[in-house]
Write a protein that binds this ligand. Sequence first.
Ligand code: CU
Ligand code: CU
Length: 471
Amino acid sequence: MKTSSVLVRLPVIALALAACAPAPTPTPATVVAAPATAAPTAAVMEPTVSYTLVTGGGTGKLNFVGRGGDIDGQPNPTLTAQPGDVVEITLVNGDYILHDLAIDEFGVKTPQLQNLDETATVIFHVELEGEYFYYCSVPGHRQAGMEGILRVGSPAPAAAEGASIVHSPSDLPGPIGRRAPQVVEVELTAQEVVGQLADGTTYPYFTFNGTVPGPFVRVRVGDTVNLTLHNETSSTLGHSIDLHAVNGPGGGAVYTQTLPGETHFFSFRTLNPGLFVYHCATPSVPHHIASGMYGLILVEPEAGLPPVDKEFYVMQGEIYTVEPFGAQGAQAFSMEKMMAEAPEYVVFNGAAGALTVDPNMLQAEVGDTVRIFFGVGGPNLTSSFHVIGEIFDRAYPLAALTSPPLTNVQTVSVPPGGAVVVEFKVDVPGRYLLVDHALSRLERGLVGFLMVEGAEDPSIFSGELTEGSGH
Ligand code: CU
Ligand code: CU
């Protein structure tokens, strides 16, 4: 999917010009043919802001080009006004092609101009804050690019809605069990998706298979993985994959630089057990990673992992937006903030607070043994992964599954492009918080809930509940 326009078409506003005190008639706009000075109503509709737009403007394109002032030379400039202004727009034919200028909400439309340097002026009153399209109503011209915005006041950006890109933490394949090495087919598709980043806020994600993180790939040591990477035809960029489980140049990236509409294939044998990050490795690599192109591949050791009651898949990433955390509307990627390693959002499984709402909260029952496969896509921040209210009975730091685990650990450090496996038993019911103990990041959307149901055990945990713990 291509990044959708930032603009949301506002509802048509019936602007009663009668409200504009000096206007003698209900005509929604004053339309006069050149010369503008001949306008009979110019005296009562004294413009407070004036703009001149030249069709084509010497660019050889179908557009409006600003003339004079701040908009000089700009194609389809954004015109601004304040509520209460009387706006004057003068249209100049700059290309011998038939054009006009219309703004539906204000009932504004110039006569059609055919000849070079012919001009027409519209004068109208604006009151309601909002963003309005000006465009050429000659068939096909608006679609070809003759469209711009008149912004009145500083309207709050409309809340934006996007696709859900959150990968459910309980969506992962079960244990491999004891079996001989085999050939495993893995198919991934690079998909560019305008997804929900936070309430009222969207971001142009890059994903594997439409979710962040991508699919949890589960194989055993000795397996041969046949990996096919498609890139959707609708993509704007090339994509690829580097799996840290691979022995070979680029982790596969050398074989998988895949343009929109293409498919590439490569094969690798899993020589090392462990939990590994995979990610897109197409420049700018950190941009692709920050936009969501990462996931985990578990290469089980020969005997597999000890059985547990619940397994979960969680990854941490950063999102760099031009506007600050919490801004409404469609957000754009900020290269500057990425280079400064100063994300606006830090997220588990792709979106702010993604794992704090149904159906994406982690669920367990008292007495369950829980295993979390946790990885950091990054691209830049190291996570101090911690579960508030729990202690990791076993932790495999750096996801070194063939080394003995550490026991009784509070917080594990997980580098970008790295992972950890933690295991613990939940003893009492309640809500447990997954965090990065660099807790400023919690204020940037980085928190998840593990909900545990079952009987209380006062011999382990008891007291009087107090207000305001935030847990
Ligand atoms: Cu990519
Ligand atoms: Cu890597």
